[in-house]
Design a binder for this molecule. Structure first.
Ligand SMILES: [Zn+2]
Length: 333
């Protein structure tokens, strides 16, 4: 894996979380086995790709060219999969939902999660950089989605009650600035839900730990600290059963910067270095999770093919899937 934790990463940027210089090299290759220098801040444990392996915008531009040939439409089995993911996301955040909330879903993709919330009667907006996905979600589900990157999009409406950002923050070129922007869009005491991959995860193959599209890698401590720095108070967290994803819920504090925050996270860098170092291919394939994971994926794919087969429209499919949610906000409210 080429982990040289003591090697100083020459020319690396100052830490995006605590501002310290002197990042160390954590890895030199990514999952496609191409060179990618991943560094870690010795003071707080934030992990990032340095230098940035590509212009983050290009990644989506390419995606855009591939998927947007005239009119883009996802396959029913993909809508079903994304619909099931949306249901599990709803399960995670349902405690935060009040009646008819103003919600923003950042990186709304094909619109499945935003449509779920719309179905429940909420006032939902989306932002999505991929024009093909965004247009599909507008056309198929009648969603209010803006095409673009959250960093750039000017939203006229502020005072949002809830913002969700699922698997987007790790792709942005400055996640702290994104958090500041989201803070601005929320009403006082509004909630923000963030989900990112967990750098401490060992459920994936060690070769997949570093991904060229993931410019930043968090563990719970660094994610939490970054939200605190941006003016949020920690509320709760959940880890996916396999430990692969961190979901945290934070609340916008009424006062912007009440007291100076200590940005050092003692022991965090050493902890992460230890986990990455011990996650070797031999260790990984001697344990059961990879096989269980593979089996689960095969079963899921077969089930999706069976149940998605009879639907030609995404809306009909999701309406059926979401019908079990009930419609508490409907009917004269
Ligand atoms: Zn740092």
């Amino acid at each position: 894996m080429g982990i040289e934790s003591n090697e100083l990463a020459s020319g690396a940027a100052a830490c995006y979380l605590c501002g310290t210089t002197g990042a160390r090299v954590l890895a030199n290759r990514c999952r496609s086995n191409t060179p990618l220098r991943t560094v870690i801040c010795p003071k707080c444990g934030l992990v990032w790709s340095d230098p940035l392996p590509h212009n983050p915008r290009d990644f989506y531009e390419d995606d855009y060219r591939v998927s947007y040939k005239g009119t883009y439409s996802p396959k029913p089995k993909h809508i079903l999969r994304a619909g099931n993911v949306a249901l599990s996301r709803h399960e995670k955040i349902r405690r935060l939902l009040a009646n008819k909330m103003r919600v923003l879903d950042v990186g709304s993709g094909g619109g499945e999660f935003a449509y779920l919330l719309k179905t429940l009667g909420h006032d939902v907006q989306g932002i999505e950089p991929n024009r093909g996905y965004a247009d599909y979600s507008i056309r198929e589900y009648g969603l209010n989605v803006r095409v673009g990157f959250v960093q750039d999009v000017a939203l006229p409406e502020k005072n949002l009650g809830l913002i969700t950002i699922w698997h987007v923050l790790e792709h942005t070129e400055n996640p702290f600035n994104v958090l500041l922007k989201l803070h601005e869009l929320l009403q006082p005491e509004g909630m923000l839900v963030i989900e990112v991959p967990n750098i401490e995860a060992t459920c994936q193959s060690p070769r997949s730990t570093f991904h060229e599209a993931h410019l930043f890698n968090f563990n719970l401590a660094t994610l939490r600290k970054m939200t605190e720095k941006a003016g949020f108070a920690f509320s709760e967290l959940s880890l996916s059963p396999d430990g692969g994803n961190i979901t945290i819920m934070v609340q916008k504090k009424s006062a912007a910067h009440p007291e100076p925050l200590d940005l050092e996270i003692p022991g965090n860098a050493q902890k992460i270095i230890g986990i990455v170092r011990n996650h070797t291919p031999l260790h990984h394939y001697l344990t059961a999770p990879p096989y269980a994971r593979l089996l689960r994926r095969i079963r899921q794919s077969l089930a999706e093919k069976r149940s998605a087969g009879s639907f030609s429209r995404g809306k009909a499919l999701l309406d059926r899937l979401y019908s079990t949610l009930g419609h508490p906000s409907r009917g004269g409210q």
